[in-house]
Structure formats: structure tokens, C-alpha cells
Ligand binder design. Sequence first.
Ligand code: PMP
Length: 432
Amino acid sequence: MYQPTNKKEVLAGRKAHFGGNLSLTYSDPVMLVRGWRHHLFDEWGRPYLDAYNNVPHVGHAHPRIQAVAADQLKRMNSNTRYLHPAQTAFADKVLSKLPDSFEVCFFVNSGTEANELALRLARAHTGAKGMVTPDHGYHGNTTGVIDVSAYKFNAKGGCGQADWVELVEVADDYRGSFKRDDANRAEKFADLVEPAIEALQNKGHGVAGFIAETFPSVGGQIIPPKGYLSSVYEKIRAAGGVCIADEVQTGLGRLGDFYFGFEHQEALPDIVVMGKPIGNGHPLGVLVTTKAIADSFAQGPEFFSTFGGSTLSCRIGKEVLDIVDDEDLQGNARQMGALLIDGLRTLEQKYDCVGDVRGMGLFLGLELINPDGSEASQISSYVKNRMRDYRILIGSEGPKDNILKIRPPLTIDKEGVEMILTTLNHVLSEIS
Ligand code: PMP
């Protein structure tokens, strides 16, 4: 089998045979061939600290995931048209992490598919089409969910805003309309859904629902003020809509104090969507909802996904959630997150270009600013690439790409945290 190991060859092959809008991170891209916990290794065996990837939630190449995958593939792998105890075991495990109102699980292959299904459920349950969603959101790559992903439909060359979608301002209390010194900011941001609801009703679409990343990630690692979502949900429900919490980035213990982001908001969604980390790299998406919503959807055509809920997927998904519990990775996210935030706050005091430090657990953002307070996109790109030179992988987000994103696997340890902080201090000193 032809297996190029030379980075230049791989890059040339990629340029020749892949679409031009499949983007690569870093001006000098990295080629990664092995992983272990929160470490990655390139083609020369050089180690990188993975401070960015949330998919390997319980760590890269976890032996327990390897073992269940191998074991199941040796036995058989089939679909939900046949009974298998792994399906119900996974559903029971997922539901054990959620409030009692959630009774029904749907297993699909990605976060995108789960959100796509969420839109169908919302429409089946309400008979309406209109959706309200915060600006700069992202829910996936298919036609249906791109329509509720302003990050894509408003991007250069994007398809533009659909008539049945109303955008509301992101509840960003650092840069948005209502700031942290305003005690009523949560309510003020939430009030912005009222004209959106009215617009959908006037256009005759009605309100099928509200979909949001519980903590907007591509929007800039934003933690909405407490109470924002519960207030939005109340207004959406009063208009007949259902509330969809996209927990693809925030769920499964990453936040440390909370298993899901909606718990922080003291909000109870009608549909919760999980993806990315739930398969630790195996393609897996999960949607959970109430019996009433699932019953409305069941009035329609049969629902089937060939690979969604496969025996293999169910075994891997359950193993991931078990590992989070067995290794107390949520506790580790809380402890390591606290250390990171502390260290980042010290850097905020020291460097003028650090405008804001925000986040929770291992979902963190560092907003970089120019001397006039505007978004420092260039500095952000510089820092991200310099961190890569020191073999630490981080990301950048936000409408102006000026928020550094730190979101490591939940296995990160004190040594890893110190490495991030020490290196970031050094790189920031190069700017100031
Ligand atoms: N929702 C959110 C919040 C996401 O971040 C993503 C992926 N970045 C998705 C949905 C889509 O997930 P996938 O790429 O696995 O389909």
C-alpha cells in the first residue's frame, strides 16, 4: 500500500485531490501520526501538547476505547433494526446524566446530523418552521443546519440568511450591547428574542424553536450571563417553540462544575445535542428529547440511520462516558481549568493585548485586543503560530478570529497547564 510519510508529499497530494475550502491550521501545517492522552506526535516522533482538541475527550488512543472497539469488531457490527444490549446500555448511560424530562435517545453519526434531526423534531412537534438563533453560531455542515449557522451562511460566499431564520445578538457581555457592569444584562440580551419571534410570526413561519450552542464557541468562547438561556427558553416556549441546546462543545464534563452547559444557565432544554467528544474520535452524534416531542416525530415516516446507533458506536459511546466517570475527568477539568484561568488572569494583568479571559473548566478563551480595544486578529494569528513553533496546539475563534481557544482533552495535567502558561507568557512578551 502506498503510504507517503513525507510531509511535503502529503501536502501536495492534498492540494491535488482535496477541495480548496478544506482548511489547514497553521502557516506551517503539522502532520500528526500518533497520540497518547493529551500528547500528539508528528512524523519525526516529536511531541506536541494538545491544548485544542475536544474530540479525544478521554485522551488520544485510550486503551479502553481500543479494547471495546476491537472486541466489538471481532464479534459483529450491525444496526438498530436488531436488538443488542449495547444500544439500551448506552441510552441508559446518556439519560443518567440528564434531567428526568429526557426519556428518548436518537443515535446518529455526527453533531451535524443530530442538529439536523433536532430541526425536524422541532418542526414535527410544533408544525411551525421558523427558528431563532444567535449570530455567529455553528451547528454543522449540511444544507439544513447551515441555514441556522450564521458563521457559515453569512461568511464570504455563504448562502445568506433564510427567510425562516431570525438572528439575535450573541450574549457576549465583554464586547456586546450589554456589559458586565450591567446587572440586568442577561434579561436585556434575552429580550432580544422578542422582536425575532414577532418577525417570524408576521412572516407566517411561526416559531419551531430556538437553537444555540449553550456557550457559543465559534462566536468566541462566550459564557452568557447566568439566567440568559432560561429567560430565552421561557419566551420561546410561550411562542410555542422548542428549545434546542447544542452541547457538542460544552457537554460531558468539560466545564468542570457542570456536566452540561445548560445546568450553569439553570435552563431546561427540550432537546439536547451531543457530538464530537462522545465518540472520542469515532463518528457519533446523540440527540435526547422528551417523550412528547419524540411521539410527535414518530407520527411521521420511519426514522433510520444505517450507522447511527451501530453496535460498535453504542459500545464506544458508553465506554467514553464510563471513562469520564471512572477517571473523574470532570473533576480534573474543574481543577486544571481553575489553574489555567488563574494563570491566564495573571497574563491579562501583565499584557495590554489581553483584553479578556473567560471560560469554565477546560473551555477557555483569551480575547486579544489592539491598543484601541479593537479585535487583534493579527496578534491572535501570530500567537497561535508561535505556540505551534513551541509544539503547543491551540485554536482561535470569534467573528474577527481574535480569541485564543484553549480546549484540551480532559486528561491534561499540571505539567501540561504549566507548559501552556509558561510558553504563552513567553510568546506574549514577544509582542509587548
Ligand atoms: N455543533 C457545534 C457546536 C460544533 O462545534 C460542531 C462542530 N464543530 C457541530 C455542531 C458539527 O459537528 P460535526 O462536525 O461533528 O458534524
